[in-house]
Write a protein that binds this ligand. Structure first.
Ligand code: UD1
Ligand code: CA
Length: 482
């Protein structure tokens, strides 16, 4: 990563580069090879749209402003990015006709106002780009007051711009595949399309671009030759996989697998993965120390798993918080749910949005919850639907209990106070309240409030008719049994 560019002249050394970092994200292209109605940069990779990766990196690095250049499906892309990053945090620039990477940057620069720090240019379809690479790039541009570019040596350089160097190894220019000679096409070192340079250099350099090339476009790559003749060029070499652009769905799948492996590997510093190859941990998820993940686990969105929690095979959690030491047995699904510390869940439990389970709650197999709170130590161990409910502490919800929360038009709430005991196969027809320590007998349909400490029972009295089986058998004696 040594600087191989020209020395700076006295005049250049005098030019002051202000602190601060601006990032331009080029994402106006159509992405024809995706063969999709959706803009390429909106295709998700591990649950996050491609275009969100460079913006998240820019954010992490404290870049301001961040300027996405959008064209194809501009409105949809802008809406998605604003939803993720906040409408005010991006200065979107529109490039209606895509007249080349140089044209895109020339349109973006005015959005920087009089910004005088380092400007980094990245693409919206290069999600595997690493923070370390950008840090080195920006550091090199700032230290040298020069243009820094990312290079790589992919197994097959076809299609990329090639790096031209002079006999002393100094970069002189980038030549595009379509403009390159046979000999130049044999060069294995390519331009990854990621740059950092002082803002003033970019303003002057992009103003000088022309479209006299094989594609009739304004090539951003032409700034490399300009810098070679002036402020100097430094190369930061990256692994080819890290700077590969996504052009089709096969590359999207490969990149997703690489990102998955990278994220899992990083969490393995303090969490155990039984089978990392089958485990999906999206980029915004966090795992505490000593978390254990089984096979085929998917942790999505902003899921947070507390220290020592165990998540067994086949569990899918989306935007869910799991408390320390909780245990989630196989094949549970939770979305927008809070699971308290020490809770024991599943197997086969379904927690829908608005579920809040206190510490040490037990939720067993085939229990579905929605907009429901269960207080500390409460249990619903078998076959239940609990919706729109507020359930206190130490409540026992028997097998087959159903909250009837919907009359076809409206939803109603069920409240069960601390220490109540709900017998098996109970229906609670909401709105209804069961008082503290009340007992609801098995098979009861509760339609009115139950006072604290009372027994509620609604059942037909039991009748036993002696000899019934023999009587029926006799009646059918002349018919052959099937
Ligand atoms: C460009 C580089 C090439 C480099 C390659 C790396 C130029 C002229 N060539 O190739 O040296 O090896 O990237 O991938 O820069 N975009 C716009 N507006 C445009 C054109 C492109 O926003 O007018 C965006 C695209 O959406 C994409 C990125 O810029 O995200 C790169 O465009 P693409 O056409 O893939 O790059 P090439 O020009 O082929
Ligand atoms: Ca490309």
């Amino acid at each position: 990563m040594a600087a191989k560019g020209k020395r700076r002249t006295k005049a250049q050394r005098k030019t002051k580069i202000a602190d601060g970092l601006a990032v331009i994200v080029l994402a106006a292209g159509k992405g024809t090879r995706m063969k999709s109605r959706r803009a390429k940069v909106l295709h998700p990779l591990l649950g996050r749209p491609l275009a969100a990766y460079p913006i998240a990196l820019a954010r992490e690095m404290g870049a301001d402003p961040i300027v996405p250049v959008l064209g194809h499906q501009r409105d949809a892309v802008e809406a998605e990015l604003s939803a993720r990053f906040g409408a005010g945090s991006l200065r979107v620039v529109e490039q209606a006709d895509q007249r080349g990477t140089g044209h895109a940057v020339a349109l973006a620069l005015p959005a920087l106002g009089d910004f005088a720090g380092i400007v980094t240019i990245v693409y919206g379809d290069v999600p595997l780009l690493r923070r370390e690479t950008l840090d080195a790039l920006v550091g090199a541009a700032r230290a040298g007051g020069c243009l820094a570019i990312v290079t790589a040596r992919p197994p097959d350089p076809t299609g990329y711009g090639r790096i031209l160097r002079d006999r002393r190894g100094r970069i002189t220019a980038v030549i595009e595949q379509k403009d390159a000679s046979e000999k130049q096409r044999r060069i294995g070192e390519i331009n990854a399309g990621i740059y950092a340079a002082p803002a003033d250099f970019l303003r002057a350099a992009t103003a000088k671009l022309d479209a006299r090339n094989a594609q009739g476009e304004l090539y951003l790559t032409d700034i490399v030759a300009q810098a070679a003749r002036g402020i100097g060029v430094v190369a930061i070499e990256a692994a080819a996989d890290d700077v590969a652009g996504i052009n089709d769905r096969a590359q999207l799948a490969e990149a997703e697998a690489m990102m998955r492996a990278r994220i899992n590997r990083a969490w393995m510093a303090h969490a155990t993965f039984r089978d990392p190859a089958s485990t999906v941990v999206e980029p915004d998820v966090t795992l505490g120390e000593d978390v254990e993940l089984g096979r085929n686990v998917s942790l999505r969105g902003r899921t947070r798993v507390g220290a020592g929690a165990r998540i067994d095979d086949g569990v899918v959690l989306t935007d869910t918080e799991v408390g320390a030491g909780a245990q989630i047995k196989p094949y549970c699904i939770a979305t927008e749910t809070v699971i308290g510390p020490g809770a024991v869940i599943g197997p086969f439990a379904h927690m829908r949005p608005g579920t809040k389970l206190g510490p040490d709650v037990h939720l067993g197999n085939f229990v579905e919850t929605k907009k429901t709170v269960l207080g500390r130590g409460s249990k619903a161990n078998h076959l239940s639907y609990l919706g729109d409910s507020i359930i206190g502490e130490k409540v026992n919800v028997g097998a087959g209990t159903i909250t009837c929360n919907y009359n076809g038009y409206e939803k109603f709430q069920t409240v069960i106070e601390d220490g109540a005991f709900i017998g098996s196969d109970t229906q609670l027809v909401a709105p209804v309240r069961v008082g503290a320590r009340a007992v609801v007998a098995a098979g009861t349909t509760v339609t009115g409030d139950v006072p604290a400490g009372a027994l509620s029972i609604s059942r037909v009295a039991q009748v036993d008719k002696a000899g019934y089986a023999d009587k029926v058998a006799k009646r059918y004696a002349d018919r052959p049994k099937k």
